[in-house]
Design a protein around this ligand. Structure first.
Ligand code: HMG
Length: 445
């Protein structure tokens, strides 16, 4: 069977940064600990006034193509996943292709382009589409370019303001990939939910507290569905488990739930029984409430055990390093988590070839997907090529006043023009409006 998966990854952050504990929290009259300890965030990335989902996506894709020595002819498909689109008809992939065509002087006329929408899970769905396209033998030897790009902005004063972010992840999907091979097995947990939505509006309507519960419920269902096709999962089966990361505190909850599920009826549960007892079983309780209380009590005890802490430190925490500095990138977020884990392995000389990852994707509205990936030869070179650290360090650190202005300048309902806070260099930039209301772009040398 042909191996299909991710051959290369590029990450592009917005050029601005909002320091959450030191700039945002004091301005809001909040404790910095809410951000650093509670949500697990140090900073959010923001787009400068000349950046948007197209520039960030095109910049990520451009660096990826340059690094891999690709030209438009090598790409048979461009899928953009976003929930920040500004056009209900013309897909963002056409804008990104247009940017790339300008610098390559060649076109993508024979590439299939589209745009995927299902909140944050659309990035993974685009990977799945690319995987299926290649597996079906329709790719004519060509690769698929998947770009997950978002400006995750919330209305000012909304609880979600704490978890904003902006950035893009570009991924090349090929046969015989150099980073990870994707599993055929997938599990889904999907339901009609109204936890987070944008009914023809720029900023989301969010029921934040409920969205956390919906995330956990759908993720559990997806894991069960995955196990029904791939067999039971065990915490030791996976080197890393990257989850969709709206903020690291969310993943702390998902990790604990996942661990409890995976150790059920295993020797790990038996070994822990002496210390914290066995997991409550529904049949031992008269009603759901009593059972749920017992589960919460068990989880509180579980998270304090050495076994859990060690597993979390090795398997989950390394997936959160980049997210802590950038916030939520919606469709790109789980792919940032994977990159973060791989970077951790590289920095710590972990031999990952043949090791497995379990990927937990999620999108509000709501759907979770679990699939596995196997790390393949070549991953180290690909991950070494990431320049995310330099990008993060180069961001302009916003004052609170600048933050308010840049938020306004990206607000579609406000007519706020703002001078850029950074100087674009070797990147695509927003260059005003065309005669039909389309957005125009220019590559700045
Ligand atoms: P909030 O009211 O701003 O924050 O809402 P909070 O008061 O709940 O505090 C957050 C955590 O910090 C809590 O921890 C506090 O205890 C802790 P928890 O109890 O949850 O473990 N805390 C502190 N810890 C230490 N020292 C302190 C301190 N103060 C507080 N001093 C909320 C938080 C996430 C609800 C809000 O930010 C929000 O609405 N965010 C947007 C929605 C969201 O991100 N939901 C996540 C799940 S849905 C999802 O992932 C999909 C999404 O990506 C969209 C898509 O799919 O398209 C959002």
């Amino acid at each position: 069977m042909t191996a299909v998966g991710i051959d290369a990854i590029e990450i592009r952050t917005g050029n601005l940064k909002l320091d959450l504990p030191n700039t945002f929290a004091p301005a809001k009259g909040e404790e910095p600990g809410k951000y650093t300890k509670g949500l697990g965030l140090n900073a959010s990335s923001f787009p400068d006034s000349y950046e948007d989902i197209v520039t960030m996506g095109a910049n990520a894709a451009h660096r990826l193509m340059e690094r891999k020595g690709l030209t438009p002819d090598d790409i048979g498909r461009i899928d953009v996943a976003t929930e920040s689109a500004f056009d209900n008809s013309k897909p963002v992939s056409t804008y990104i292709a247009g940017c790339l065509e300008d610098v390559y002087g060649e076109n993508f006329h024979h590439a299939n382009k589209g745009e995927r929408k299902f909140a944050c899970i659309a990035g993974t769905q685009s990977l799945d589409d690319a995987y299926n396209w290649i597996k079906a033998g329709r790719n004519r030897g060509r690769a698929a370019l998947v770009v997950a790009t978002d400006t995750a902005l919330y209305a000012r004063g909304d609880d979600g303001e704490a978890t904003q972010g902006a950035g893009a992840v570009a991924m090349l999907i090929t046969e015989d990939p150099s980073v990870v091979e994707m599993s055929t097995e997938q599990g889904y947990g999907s339901a009609d939910e109204t936890d987070f939505l944008k009914p023809n509006q720029q900023f989301p309507s969010v029921d934040g507290k409920r969205s956390v519960q919906v995330y956990l419920s759908r993720m559990r269902e997806a894991l069960e569905d995955f196990e029904s096709v791939a067999g039971d999962t065990h915490p030791d089966d996976y080197a890393y488990i990257p989850f969709h990361t709206p903020f690291p505190g969310m993943v702390r909850k998902a990790g604990l739930l996942g661990y409890r599920h995976m150790i059920r009826d295993t020797s790990v549960e038996d070994e822990l029984a002496e210390e914290i007892g066995r997991q409550p079983r529904r049949e031992a309780f008269d009603n759901d409430e009593a059972y749920e209380d017992a589960v919460l009590e068990y989880m509180d005890a579980l998270k304090e055990t050495d076994a859990y802490r060690e597993w979390y430190a090795n398997t989950i925490d390394p997936t959160l390093t980049i997210s802590r500095e950038v916030g939520n990138w919606y469709t790109g977020s789980v792919h940032v988590a994977r990159a973060s884990a791989l970077r951790h392995a590289l920095q710590n000389d972990v031999d990952l070839v043949g090791k497995r990852l379990l990927i937990g994707s999620y999108g509000s509205g709501a759907q979770a997907e679990i699939h596995a990936e196997t790390v393949v030869e070549g991953w180290e070179e690909e991950v070494r090529a990431l320049n995310v650290e330099e990008q993060l360090a180069d961001r302009h650190d916003l004052s609170y006043g600048e933050y308010e202005s840049i938020h306004d300048s990206h607000n579609h309902e406000k007519d706020t023009d703002m001078d850029a806070l950074t100087v674009p260099e070797e990147e695509f930039t927003f260059d005003g409006w065309g005669r039909m209301g389309e957005r125009k772009y220019r590559y700045v040398e």
